[in-house]
Design a protein around this ligand. Structure first.
Ligand code: NAG
Length: 279
C-alpha cells in the first residue's frame, strides 16, 4: 500500500490512466474515485472475452431499470473456466437514466483501464462496477480499498459531535443506501446489494467505525471497503468540491487482494503528495 513501493512501470500506468480518466465532460456523478484490474490477462478471441463483453453489455442495459444487478455469464460453447461474474451498484438516489449513464461510463473506462484483464473494478461518484472470473457475488468483503481523510479542523467538539451523530444515524438506518445530515455535516453510506441486509450492516459498521477512528478530526472522510462505503463531508468542504481538486488531481496506488486474485488498484489522490512522498 505504500507509495514508495511504486515501480516505474506502475507510474507509467498512472499517467496513462490519468489521461484516460481526466477527459472533460465528466459530470459530478461520473467523477472517478478508484479503479483496479486483475493482473491476469486473458487471450483475445477466446470465449472468455465474449463472456466479458456480453457481461459488460448486460450491466449497462440492466442499469436503465435497476439500481443494482448481478450476472453470471457463460455463452454457449464456453468451458466452466470461461464463466465471468459481474455486478453494478448505483447510488440509491440516482434516477434510472443517471444510473445507466454512470454504469455506461464506468464500463467504458474499465475497457481502457483493464484492457484484456480477467477482472476489474471501478468506482465512480454515482456507481460501482466489478467483474471477475472468480465468483465474488454475494460474498462480503470488508477490505479497505480506498481511505481518504480531509484536512484536520482541529479540536472542534461541536463539529465532532455532529459528525459522530451523522455516523451513528447512518450506522442505525438499516437500508442499503443511507443519507443523513446534522448542521453542515452530511453523510452517505451505500452497500452493494448482492449482500443481504445483515451483511450490509456488518460492512457499514466496519466502514463507519474506521471513519470515526481513522479520520479523527478531519473535515471530510471517505472509506471505501470491498462491498460498501461510508463518507461524510462538511458543506463546502469535501473531497469532490472546489477547484483545488483540478490542480491537485492525481493518483496513488495500492496492491489489493480481492477474491483471491491479486488486483492492482489505481486511484486518484493528491498529485503533489505523490511527488513529495516519491522523493
Ligand atoms: C481466471 O483466469 C486466469 C487467467 O486466465 C486463470 O489462470 C484462472 O484459472 C481463472 N480462474 C477461474 C476460477 O476460472
Amino acid at each position: 500500500m505504500s507509495i514508495q513501493a511504486l515501480s516505474l512501470s506502475s507510474l507509467m500506468t498512472f499517467f496513462l490512466t490519468t489521461s484516460i480518466l481526466t477527459q472533460p465532460s465528466t459530470s459530478a456523478i461520473e467523477s472517478f474515485i478508484y479503479g483496479g484490474c486483475s493482473q491476469l490477462k486473458y487471450t483475445e478471441g477466446t470465449p472468455y472475452e465474449s463472456n466479458v463483453n456480453s457481461l459488460l453489455t448486460s450491466l449497462v442495459n440492466s442499469a436503465s431499470f435497476a439500481t443494482s444487478n448481478k450476472f453470471k455469464i457463460s455463452v454457449p460453447g464456453s468451458a466452466p473456466t470461461d464463466v465471468v461474474y459481474g455486478l453494478f451498484q448505483c447510488r440509491g438516489d440516482l434516477r434510472n437514466s443517471d444510473c445507466r449513464d454512470c454504469v455506461a461510463r464506468s464500463v467504458s473506462q474499465l475497457g481502457n483501464l483493464c484492457f484484456d484483464s480477467t477482472g476489474g473494478a471501478l468506482q465512480l461518484e454515482g456507481c460501482f462496477v466489478k467483474y471477475d472470473n472468480i465468483s465474488f457475488l454475494g460474498v462480503e468483503d470488508k477490505a479497505v480499498v480506498l481511505k481518504k481523510c480531509g484536512p484536520s479542523i482541529g479540536y472542534d467538539s461541536e463539529a465532532l459531535t455532529r459528525r459522530d451523530a451523522v455516523m451513528d444515524y447512518l450506522a442505525a438506518a438499516g437500508q442499503f443506501f443511507r443519507v443523513g445530515g446534522s448542521g453542515n455535516v452530511q453523510g452517505v453510506a451505500q452497500c452493494v446489494q448482492d449482500l443481504d441486509l445483515s451483511e450490509c450492516q456488518d460492512c457499514l459498521s466496519e466502514a463507519i467505525g474506521r471513519l470515526k477512528s481513522e479520520c479523527g478530526s478531519a473535515a471530510w472522510g471517505d472509506m471505501f471497503l470491498g462491498k460498501c462505503y461510508a463518507r461524510y463531508s462538511e458543506r463546502g468542504v469535501s473531497s469532490k468540491s472546489g477547484s483545488n481538486d483540478e490542480i491537485e488531481k492525481t493518483l496513488a496506488i495500492l496492491i489489493g487482494l480481492i477474491a483471491g486474485v491479486a488486483v492492482l488498484i489505481v486511484f486518484l489522490s493528491i498529485f503533489s503528495k505523490l511527488l513529495e512522498s516519491g522523493k
